[in-house]
Design a protein around this ligand. Structure first.
Ligand code: XBP
Ligand code: MG
Length: 264
């Protein structure tokens, strides 16, 4: 099988954005006079629910925090305001791209591959991040964006990867996914796409047994990645030619059944 596309997750993979999301949630709660504070430990737990709106709803249902009743019908409004706050932080350059991300995107395009995005966050958040970090519109950098607002079921459901494959015009065994989380890993695997994991601050302890490779980051010539498991040992950077070789070994492999207990 020939590698034709690389599909990137956004939050945690292109950049360590989750702290900016967490701060934006907390600042917006304060602006709404809600005595809610998502500390790092609580946020790590809440990240199991993908999507900001879904995460707020889950927090209300799970913890019944004070003043929840005043918000229950206004979650979309609260989340919109949080997103404005988040975009302002990102536009000001609060979060850089992770090592190797810009390099791999450039090398992939030079090698004639397509590059896409599959993310549970919404399109404007991706646009602001790419403009702030690469100085170009996301639609010039990526051949396709598949974002949270376009699907009914977010990760770990396969919908975002299926949408990305569809928009890119490639089949599942012609693409490779780069992810940072277990939810992202199974979203891609359920769509039949093999996955390279670069764990992020919030996902470092997750189980990535079913990934093709787990590396600390994508690597730069002067900043080799640390190999954590799977393929890619004794190398320094993830490159398009490595991914092209790996996809040959992947083709024909039976799809990985998701572990029990993972929501669809
Ligand atoms: C990350 C997410 C997002 C962000 C918050 O997913 O789950 O919900 O935490 O973003 P991915 P929103 O790594 O797939 O991008 O508030 O915009 O949902
Ligand atoms: Mg992620």
């Amino acid at each position: 099988m020939t590698l034709k596309a690389i599909i990137f997750d956004v939050d945690g993979t292109l950049a360590e954005t989750e702290e900016a999301h967490r701060v934006a949630f907390n600042e917006e709660f304060a602006a709404w006079d809600l005595p809610w504070e998502w500390d790092r430990d609580l946020y790590a737990e809440l990240l199991a629910v993908t999507g900001g709106r879904e995460r707020i709803r889950h927090y209300i249902e799970r913890y019944a925090p004070p003043k929840a009743e005043t918000v229950r019908e206004r979650i979309a409004e609260l989340h919109r305001a949080k997103s404005e706050r988040y975009m302002k932080m990102i536009a000001e350059g609060a979060v850089p791209l992770r090592p190797g991300v810009a390099r791999l995107i450039d090398e992939a395009k030079a090698a004639g591959l397509k590059v896409g995005v599959a993310t549970t966050t919404s399109t404007p958040n991706v646009e602001v991040l790419i403009e702030a970090t690469l100085g170009r519109p996301a639609r010039d950098v990526f051949d396709a964006l598949a974002c949270g607002e376009e699907v009914e079921r977010k990760k770990p459901a396969p919908d975002l990867y299926e949408l990305a494959l569809d928009k890119l015009g490639v089949s599942h065994n012609e693409a490779m996914a780069i992810e940072d989380s277990r939810n992202g890993l199974y979203a891609a695997l359920r769509a039949g796409v093999p996955v390279i994991i670069t764990p992020s601050g919030y996902t470092a302890e997750e189980d990535f047994t079913d990934a093709l490779a787990v590396v600390s980051h994508l690597g730069e010539p002067d900043m080799p990645y640390e190999h954590l498991s799977g393929l890619g040992w004794s190398r320094t950077m993830i490159t398009p030619s490595m991914l092209a070789r790996w996809i040959d070994g992947w083709a024909g492999r039976p799809s990985t059944p998701p572990p029990p207990g993972l929501p669809v």
